[in-house]
Design a protein around this ligand. Structure first.
Ligand code: GCU
Length: 423
């Protein structure tokens, strides 16, 4: 346990100087690892080989070199439905708020799951989108019935956060990104969890959040190959799914996981690991999400590890400015969603997240989908702005505008889910 003194902690002299590149002419030549060549150099040519051997191998490489290994579920969380209202949002929604407590005592971490279902669920269980939020469940809608989170918040006063705690003024501060009524009108439920319930988003040496729950005797922080914040967030998404799958009004086999930006990275990782998620959406997820690391365009492995040292496992730092040595690249995390539908969404002005790298990763996940009898992206060039590719099991769009979640994005994901979710 603890930090290893290995040389990767003291990066070698850079082979390419570290600076943010926004010039496509300066993207280095690179060769992507082939998801269909296994660790001993053999071609994976059947679906059974993928399932029984190669999928697990790639998952382990992501654990060992990128996100860290993670524990299974907490054995016996205390799960309590704290509140429900059958006529929320002016009668349009059923609202349920469930608290999970991991462990005993006052300091045991808790995770609050907020669920809205369309009131018309009497017609049968509905598919649900589950996503983490950045600013507390109360931020996704001004609904006064949502419990105001008491967790640590990253935000500033102008988002209704004071001294890292939410105030009443924080209600609905992110509502623009969560068109709840529209999602319900389309026949879907929406569930969300505050990422900070799993791990507050700052570098505290992992003394808070869910990491300490799993420390072995004497351990004080995750080992160099163990999970960071992204792992904890992905773990929380699976715990949310545990609860949703017990809800008779939720179609348990039709839960999609979605996320924006850092939470899009977590959604991809959750969807890769947990095959109970029926569909995966990664919005503007960039470096460590859907964007190919080897392109070094916009945010790079070195810059993300420097700015957010708590997101990945410590082993990831050995690839600072040495992306070409990574045994995986991000097309393979998309491939781990196969054969389930996956949607990668970019925004044209979001250069930091490298839209082209996100598109190429989606494209190069295609061979795994084809092996499993599904179709990958059917365009070998990036599509026009605001012209989604959504016919096949890998969806992609390049939205106009910048780093954000818009109603238009949601409409594309809802259309994609209508078309591709299993019935
Ligand atoms: C920063 C970070 C990105 C991340 C984004 C976000 O820009 O560098 O990797 O996706 O924050 O989560 O908003």
């Amino acid at each position: 346990m603890g930090r290893s003194p290995a040389s990767w902690f003291h990066p070698q002299p850079a082979e390419i100087p570290m600076q943010t590149n926004y010039d496509k002419a300066l993207v280095p030549d690179y060769e992507l690892p082939d998801p269909l060549i296994d660790g001993s150099g053999h071609r994976v040519s059947t679906a059974a080989q993928w399932r029984q051997q190669r999928r697990g191998e790639i998952l382990q490489l992501f654990e060992a070199h990128v996100y860290g290994s993670m524990p299974g579920p907490w054995a016996d969380p205390n799960v309590r439905l704290q509140e429900q209202d059958g006529a929320a949002l002016a009668g349009r929604a059923i609202r349920r708020q469930t608290r999970l407590r991991f462990g005993d005592g006052d300091r045991a971490p808790t995770m609050d799951l907020l669920l809205y279902l369309p009131t018309a669920v009497s017609a049968g269980p509905v598919p649900v989108f589950l996503g983490l939020n950045f600013s507390g469940n109360h931020s996704i809608h001004s609904d006064p019935g949502i419990h105001l989170s008491t967790s640590w918040m990253r935000g500033q006063d102008d988002t209704g956060v004071s001294n890292h705690r939410a105030t009443e003024a924080a209600r609905g501060s992110q509502a623009r990104r969560w068109p709840v009524e529209h999602i319900l009108d389309r026949g879907y439920g929406l569930a969300t969890i505050y990422c900070g319930d799993l791990d507050p988003d700052f570098d505290d040496g992992y003394s808070n959040g869910v990491h300490p729950l799993f420390y072995r005797a004497g351990q004080t922080r995750p080992g160099p190959g163990e999970w960071g914040a992204l792992g904890a967030w992905a773990w929380g998404l699976s715990r949310g799914l545990d609860v949703l799958q017990q809800d008779p009004d939720v179609a348990a086999t039709r839960v999609s996981v979605m996320g924006h930006s850092r939470l899009g990275k977590a959604a991809l990782w959750a969807g890769a690991r947990d095959e109970r998620f029926a569909l995966v959406v990664a919005n503007n997820s960039g470096c460590g999400g859907a964007a190919l690391a080897r392109r070094r365009f916009g945010e790079t492995v070195a810059s993300i590890n420097k700015a957010f040292p708590h997101w990945f496992c410590d082993h990831h730092r050995q690839y600072d400015e040495r992306e070409h040595l990574l045994p995986v690249d991000q097309h393979e995390i998309i491939a781990l969603a196969a054969p389930r539908p996956v949607y990668v969404a970019s925004a044209v002005e979001d250069h930091w997240a490298d839209p082209k790298g996100e598109y190429l990763a989606a494209l190069h996940a295609g061979p795994v989908y084809e092996l499993l009898g599904k179709r990958g992206l059917d365009s070998s060039h990036i599509p026009q702005i605001d012209a989604p590719l959504a016919e096949t099991s890998i969806g992609y769009h390049l939205r106009s505008g910048g780093h954000d979640v818009t109603n238009w994005d949601w409409d594309q994901w809802l259309d994609f889910a209508d078309r591709h979710l299993p019935s």
